[in-house]
Ligand binder design. Structure first.
Ligand code: SDX
Length: 390
C-alpha cells in the first residue's frame, strides 16, 4: 500500500540459495546440469545417467551406471499392503493427489526409527524412490482406468518397465515400442532439474526441518501440481481443446488473453526466469513432430499449438512482456500421442523431476552446516500502535 519497494528500504537479497547442481541463464536461454548443456544430454544421455549426474555430481562410469540400474530394478516391488492403499481412493482421484499421498504412505514402511539423514539410509531411500515412484504413478493411472495393477518386469529397462506398467494388461503380451521408449526417456531428461523452481524449493525447505525424503518429495509433488507450475502441461491441452471445441480460432483466443478476459492466460507460455525461448521447449517441439510422425499420429492439436505459438511470437503484447513457450507448451501433445490421459501429464513431469528433487534435498540436508530454511521477510505492515481504550 505504501508504494515503496524493497529497494527503497535498501533491501539487498544476499540470502540467495547456493547450489552446484543446475545453471540457468534466463536471458540467453541456457540450461546446464552439473555444467553439461541440456542439448547434449537430451541428444546423447539417458534418464538414469542424468539422474546419477544430478545426484552424485559426475557422469557415472559404465559399471556405476550398470549397478545403479540393477539396484533400481531390484527395488521396484511395492509392499502388498501398500497396493491396498489405492483401493481406499475414488477412481476419480487426480493422479497427482494419489502419488503424493502414496509417497507419504510409503514412508511408513521405511522410516520408523531410522535417522532420515543417515547417509546409508539416504542412499537406500534414493534408490527406493527412483524405483517405486514410477510404479506408484502407473498404479494411479491403472486405478483411474479400473484396470488391474501389473507387477514390474525387471528384465525391462527403466522406461520400458514404466510403459508396460501403464499400457500392458493381464490379457496379452505387451510389445515394446522403441519410439515411445526413446521419446519418453528424452522427456524425462528434459524435466530432471531446473534450479530453484517452486517445487524444488519446497523439497529443500521441507527437508531442512529434518523431515524425511519421502515427506519432502510428497510436498514437492503437491507444489508441482499447481497450474502455474507443472500442472501447466495438463492446462495447455485443456486450453487447446477449448479453442478447438469452441471454434473461436487462435486469433480470437489471443485477443481474449491480451484483454485478460476472465483472467485467461496462454498456458505453456511465460516463465519466472526465461525471458527468452525455454531451451527445453525447443527440444520438445522437435520431438513432438518426430514422435507423432513415427507413431503415424496426425493430431490437429499440434498444428493448433504451432499456430498459436507463431501468432504469439509475432505479437507485441507477448514480445514486450518477453513471453515465450516454456517446457509445458508442447509436452502434452507427445504424452497424448503416447496414450497417456491428460491428468497423467504432470505425473510424468514429477517422475522426470524426481532426481533433481533428490539431488537438491541431499545437497541441502546432507551438509551438517545447513540450517533450517527460513525465507526472509520485509515487513511493510502497520507500525506499532495501541489498542483503543475500552
Ligand atoms: C514451469 O520456475 C521454474 O523453473 C518452473 C519450471 C520448472 O522446470 O520447474 O520451468 C516449470 O512451471 C514452467 C511454467 C509453467 N506455467 C505456465 O505455463 C502457466 C502460464 N504462465 C504464467 O502463469 C506465468 O508466465 C508464470 C507463472 C509462468 C510466470 O509468471 P511471472 O514471470 O511472474 O509473470 P508475471 O505474472 O509477472 O507476468 C508479467 C506480465 C503480466 O502482464 P501485465 O500485468 O504486465 O500486463 O506477463 C503477463 C502477465 O499478465 N503474463 C501472461 C502470461 N504469463 C505472464 N499473459 C498471458 N499468458 C501468460 N502465460
Amino acid at each position: 500500500q505504501t508504494g515503496l519497494t524493497a529497494l527503497d528500504y535498501g533491501f539487498v537479497n544476499t540470502a540467495a540459495t547456493k547450489s552446484k547442481i543446475t545453471y540457468i541463464d534466463g536471458d540467453e536461454g541456457i540450461l546446464r546440469y552439473r555444467g553439461y548443456p541440456i542439448e547434449q544430454l537430451a541428444a546423447g544421455s539417458t534418464y538414469l545417467e542424468v539422474a546419477w549426474l544430478l545426484i552424485y555430481g559426475e557422469l557415472p562410469t559404465a559399471d556405476q551406471l550398470g549397478e545403479f540400474d540393477e539396484r533400481i530394478r531390484r527395488h521396484t516391488l511395492l509392499h502388498e499392503d501398500l497396493k491396498r492403499f489405492f483401493s481406499a481412493l475414488p477412481h476419480t482421484a487426480h493422479p497427482m493427489s494419489v502419488i503424493s499421498s502414496a509417497l507419504s504412505a510409503l514412508s511408513t514402511y521405511y522410516e520408523s526409527g531410522a535417522d532420515p539423514h543417515d547417509p546409508e539410509h539416504v542412499e537406500l531411500t534414493t534408490i527406493r524412490l527412483l524405483a517405486k515412484l514410477p510404479v506408484i504413478a502407473a498404479y494411479a493411472h491403472k486405478k483411474s482406468l479400473g484396470q488391474a495393477f501389473l507387477y514390474p518386469d525387471n528384465k525391462l529397462s527403466f522406461v520400458d518397465n514404466f510403459l508396460k506398467l501403464n499400457f500392458g494388461n493381464m490379457a496379452e503380451d505387451y510389445e515394446i515400442n522403441p519410439v515411445l521408449s526413446t521419446a519418453l526417456d528424452r522427456l524425462l531428461i528434459l524435466h530432471a532439474d531446473h534450479e530453484q523452481n517452486a517445487s524444488t524449493s519446497t523439497v529443500r525447505l521441507v527437508g531442512s526441518t529434518g523431515a524425511n525424503l519421502y515427506a519432502s518429495i510428497s510436498a514437492g509433488i503437491n507444489a508441482l501440481s499447481g497450474p502455474l507450475h507443472g500442472g501447466a502441461n495438463e492446462a495447455v491441452l485443456e486450453m487447446l481443446g477449448r479453442i478447438q471445441d469452441s471454434g473461436e480460432g487462435v486469433k480470437r483466443f489471443v485477443e481474449r488473453v491480451k484483454n485478460k478476459e476472465d483472467g485467461v492466460k496462454l498456458m505453456g507460455f511465460g516463465h519466472r526466469v526465461y525471458k527468452n525461448y525455454d531451451p527445453r521447449a525447443k527440444l520438445v517441439k522437435e520431438s513432438a513432430t518426430e514422435v507423432l510422425q513415427a507413431l503415424g499420429v496426425k493430431d490437429p492439436m499440434l498444428d493448433l499449438a504451432m499456430e498459436l505459438e507463431q501468432l504469439a511470437l509475432e505479437d507485441d503484447y507477448f514480445k514486450e512482456r518477453r513471453l515465450y513457450p516454456n517446457v509445458d507448451f508442447y509436452t502434452g501433445v507427445i504424452y497424448k500421442a503416447m496414450g497417456f490421459p491428460t491428468r497423467m501429464f504432470t505425473v510424468l513431469f514429477a517422475i522426470g523431476r524426481l532426481p533433481g528433487w533428490i539431488a537438491h534435498w541431499r545437497e541441502m540436508n546432507l551438509d551438517p552446516q545447513n540450517k533450517i530454511g527460513r525465507p526472509q521477510q520485509l515487513y511493510i505492515g502497520e507500525p506499532e500502535r495501541d489498542l483503543p481504550q475500552r
